[in-house]
Design a protein around this ligand. Sequence first.
Ligand code: GDP
Ligand code: MG
Length: 163
Amino acid sequence: ALPIVAIVGRPNVGKSTLVNRIAQTSEAIVHEMRGVTRDRSYHKADWNGVEFMLIDTGGIEMGGDDAFQGSIRSQAFEGAREADVIIFLVDGKTGINTDDEEVARILQKAKKSVFLAVNKMDNPARMDEVWEFYALGLGDPWPVSAQHGNGTGDLLDEVVAEL
Ligand code: GDP
Ligand code: MG
């Protein structure tokens, strides 16, 4: 089986945009893998000859605060359980919110490699623009623009080195 990279993060941070940039096809693979849950989509990807399965989590976004919170929490747990490496995507335009903090706490306890990627850094990103994300306690933030591609290659180099 291919190694699994899960993209975790609250709605609207750009998870699906990042998947579309990285995966060879935006079509989700409807897989016969056991335990595949319907709120995540699986996409085959390849970076520098390393193949992996990319999971876009949180495909279903429920209404209501409790359901919303619950879905974020379970997405983070599922990602931590099932993935070899986790990309935790946050929004560099809106900054940190309490959902990000909750996901960060879950991922800190996961015995998996976690890359904290700060999306929507559309202009050539500088580390001084992402300093606030060090507060999530997940190490160095990686500035990226899923839309334009800035920083995604550097991030993927590091991700596949862990697979
Ligand atoms: P998801 O809910 O996490 O899957 O987020 P989406 O991929 O659906 O993106 C949510 C919104 O953010 C969309 O309007 C995207 O066009 C926008 N978005 C995604 N990536 C970027 C980015 O790198 N820069 C900017 N400016 N907007 C982005
Ligand atoms: Mg999405």
